[in-house]
Design a protein around this ligand. Structure first.
Ligand code: UDP
Ligand code: MG
Length: 318
């Protein structure tokens, strides 16, 4: 379904200690927005919203200056550093009150901003969510590329549903954001939750550049934390693996039982070996199985506490 043109776009940019990039970033984004406005693609009420995630440098002062200079710039200040995902959610939930569509992107503009035009076009074609997907990682180091792509594969293997090579560069309509708000979880991994929402979606591919100034705010430690959060907050498959392992070992114990009895009756074993070896396997297997079953219930409790919506209605004909 085609949409009416000239709607309100908000850009949401989480910023943590980004004083080196903000002057340049704000300039490039303003030029982009003005060009979109001139071409009648977005409304004049569209805005650029910076979310200060408890920065320790001059980031917030710069945002205040920008806002005073031109109302196209808006600022949201978190009370302290809460991490990228939370800062992003804070911005999205603030922006959705005023915007028809919101695009989230990083302050360092590693994600090609010329893709914004295509995001908006997809939105007018009727998409509620548009994912930005990296076509190439030419500028990433081998280590970053290897760990990042491995990360998407492992998450999908372990039951999460993420879009391959899509980070947090995406467009969401107000409707999709309203549905996102219904996911009440605290351990937030947006890349995994957004695909759960459904609706008509689209993909825009772009090339990822190098950070033009400042340093990465995602050191290995934060990257690992994000990966663990991604897996454990999305699925209880790791627990299922324990059940599987328990069953496997229990089956082994039965095989061992048969084998040991055979050894016992052919008389070629020492006394006590049979009972010992069979009980070691059987008890080990049963214990793992029991832990797995308990885990299965804990997993259920875990998912219940998240209070995720059970369904989202797209259309009703009546
Ligand atoms: N960021 C944030 N809070 C944090 C860490 C990072 O808001 O605690 C922001 C950061 O300012 C940037 C975005 O998250 O806009 C992505 O960070 P970065 O570009 O450093 O990550 P990388 O591209 O190296 O993965
Ligand atoms: Mg970056």
């Amino acid at each position: 379904m085609e949409r009416e043109k000239n709607q309100i776009l908000y850009l949401v940019i989480p910023c943590y200690n980004e004083q080196e990039v903000l002057p340049e970033t704000s300039k490039r984004l303003r030029e982009k927005m003005e060009s979109l406005m001139q071409r009648g693609m977005i409304s004049r009420e569209s805005r650029i919203m910076f979310v200060n995630d408890g920065s320790k440098d001059r980031t917030w002062e710069i945002i205040e200056e920008l806002h005073a200079e031109n109302p196209i710039y808006q600022g949201v200040k978190l009370s302290r550093n809460r991490g990228h995902q939370n800062a992003l959610l804070g911005g999205l939930m603030t922006a959705k009150t005023y915007a028809d569509m919101v695009i989230s992107l990083d302050a360092d503009l590693q994600d090609d901003i010329d893709a914004i035009d295509r995001f908006v076009e997809k939105y007018y074609e009727g998409c509620e969510i548009v994912y930005g997907v990296r076509s190439a990682r030419k500028t990433d180091t081998f280590f970053k590329k290897f760990t990042a792509e491995g990360f998407y594969k492992i998450i999908n293997l372990l039951g999460g549903e993420v879009v391959f090579n899509h980070a947090d560069y995406r467009l969401m309509s107000r409707r999709a954001l309203d549905e996102l708000e219904r996911y009440k979880e605290v351990n937030l991994f947006l890349r995994g939750i957004v695909p759960m929402i459904g609706f008509q979606t689209g993909i825009v591919t772009y090339e990822r550049h190098e950070r033009f100034a400042g340093e990465s705010k995602y050191p290995l430690k934060k990257m690992l934390a994000l990966a663990v959060d991604g897996i454990t907050s999305l699925s209880i498959k790791p627990i299922r693996l324990i059940v599987l392992l328990g069953m496997l070992i229990f089956l082994c114990s039965i095989a061992m039982l048969i084998y040991s009895l055979f050894r016992h009756f052919t008389g070629n074993t020492s006394i006590g070996w049979t009972s010992l070896i069979v009980s070691i396997w059987a008890i080990g297997g049963l214990q793992l199985l029991a832990i797995g079953i308990i885990g299965e219930y804990i997993g259920k409790i875990y998912l219940e506490t998240k209070e995720r919506p059970k369904f989202i209605i797209e259309k009703v004909l009546r």
